[in-house]
Structure formats: C-alpha cells, structure tokens
Ligand binder design. Sequence first.
Ligand code: TYM
Length: 341
Amino acid sequence: MKKPVILTGLRSNNDLHIGNYLGALMPLINMQVQHAKDYDIHLFVPDLHSFTTPIDHSKLYEQTINNLRIYAAAGLDLDSPNTHIYRQSYVSAHSELTVILNCFSHMGELSRMTQYKEKAENKPNISVGLFDYPILMASDILLYDAQYVPVGADQSQHIELARDIAIRMNNKFGDLFTLPEPEAKQAEFMSQTERMRIRDLITPEKKMSKSDETGKGVIFLTDTPEAAAKKIMGATTDSFGEVHYDKKERPGISNLLDILAALTDTDIKEIVSRYAGQTQYGELKKDVAEAVSSFLTDFQFKLSQIDDAVIIKKLEASEIQMNKVANSKLLSVQKALGLRL
Ligand code: TYM
C-alpha cells in the first residue's frame, strides 16, 4: 500500500539560513523522527526554482549538492527506505506537468501571490519564471500526492494554490491528485499554531531572506559562530525595555524569542518569564547569541563529517525511483487530458 507523503524543498540559490532551517528543515526532520514508518518523506532540491531571480550560475551545481549535505547534517536519516532525496531537474515530469497545469491556472490567481508581488516590486524585466513559479511548485507537490508540506509562512499561499489547482483538475478530470491538507490541518499536524516566519535581524518588519543583499540581518548556516553571535547582539529591538512577546508591536524582540524557543525547544511563555522585571535586552540577546553559536558549532561539525559518497548513492537511487513515481502520475494526467490512450 502507498504511504501518505510528507514533502518539502529548499532552493539552492544561495547559502541556507536559520529561517530556512527552522521554518522547513527542522519540521520535516521532526516528522521523519515521529512518523518514520508511516509516511514517505521527500526532501528535494528545487534547483529549477533557483534562478527565478538572477543568480551566479557557476555556483548552482555545487550549491545544490551542498543543500543535500545540509539535509543530512540536519539529521535526515538517509538509511530509511521511505526517505527520498532528489533534484527537481533530474525528474523531468516536474517540468512537463508544469506546462499542463499552466493551462488550468489563472493569471489573476498568480498575480495575487504575495511572494511574486514582493519580488517583482520595482524590478525591471521580471522573468516569466518568477510569475509562474507557484505552478512549478504545485507540480512538485501534486506529482507525488503529497499530503503534508512543511514550509515557512511565506510559502503557505503557494500550498493553498496547489490545493486549488488540484481541486479544479479533479473536478474536471476525475480523481487525479491527492489534495494537500488545508493550512490549519498542516499546522496542527506539525504541532505548530502557525507557520514559522523568522525575521531579518536589522529590519524585523521583513522576513529573513536568502536574497538579502547585505546579509547583515541574516544568520547563514555557514556563518562562523562568532560572526552569528555578533549579528544577534546587533539585532534591532525597540525602546520598550521589557521582554514581551508581541509580533506586531515588538517584532525585533519577538523574533529573538522565536529563535531561542525553536533552538532550545522551549515554550515562549517560559522563556519570557525568565526575564521578568528586567528593563534591558542585553541578557536576552546574550542568551540568544549563545544558543545560535552553539547550534552553529554543532551543526557545522556535523556538516564536516558528511560523506559525499553516501549522499550521491542515495541521490541516484532516489532519482531512479522518483522518475518512476512521477512518470506514472504524469501518464495518468496525460491520459485524462487526451494526450495518451
Ligand atoms: P525557499 O527556498 O525560499 O525557502 C525554503 C524554505 O524555508 C522557508 N523559509 C522561512 N521560514 C521561516 N522564516 C523565514 N524567514 C524563512 N525564509 C524561508 C520557506 O518557507 C521554505 O519552506 N518555493 C519554495 C521551494 C519549493 C517548495 C516546493 C517547497 C519549491 N517547490 C514544493 C515545498 C514544496 C521556496 O522558494 O522556498
């Protein structure tokens, strides 16, 4: 019997940061630990998604392999037969299904995507790929009948779109796709009250982002523990002078609390209570800096121990297997549309 699928991917357009780790990687790996036998786990690299905005292509291949190393260092169990790692561009059905789904998706719904609006704002020559990118993402999800998709808050609108497209296709052509669960159910399954959004340390009104040009507000997984601790100590806070969790009014402090809670697996309320009565943020910043630097020390050590040969062996085996799964789904879509008998 086919197992339900949990699936996520992280683009290889730049080094990954702590937001990617806490928003997508850690939830997926926690799920692998909790549901190892009951679910198929897909952690892939959406390499075709990596140049929807311009990148240095001479680095792409290596960055893609590096993402896979990071998946392993983060604790993904590569020995599990239910776990699959693959590169999107090595499974051509992703691209073919995108061409098909394009014809059943609407300009209006894509124009409403917040990510597109933010990335396209004030930029000349926006690529069609940036506009169309949620459809490629829908293909990534629907090809494997994924039910749960651990992602950060910035991607939930895309998951909802994938669900809408699947509903539309199923209504027209019969039961082609498993629907990804609605957002509330996704969060519940991941034991989250809402999807995670780690914010930029300097400008906490916006999310921490790989494409940030200065990198000053971003903790990359490749940062030295000392440099990362410095970035935390320099994080923008506020003038209230009281440790209080309020994402709207106090985004900087709330962001530091989110990071500390996630890295130490502690409830926010409990953390806040530790600083009761304090009128400055120095102590909290010091604790977050310590948690981040010890996380990076440990993580970077694990990364240095990764054996590329093990990854490549698993990668090649998964890609053979995933081509079979994806081609079979593509064929059922092609048949339903009248492209095949
Ligand atoms: P990407 O590569 O921009 O980000 C990878 C994952 O990291 C999450 N994330 C964050 N989470 C919390 N706080 C942040 N500041 C933060 N920044 C990024 C993202 O939400 C994401 O989960 N389109 C996707 C990649 C993708 C995908 C898919 C994901 C392609 N196909 C299919 C799931 C399923 C993207 O660009 O993520």
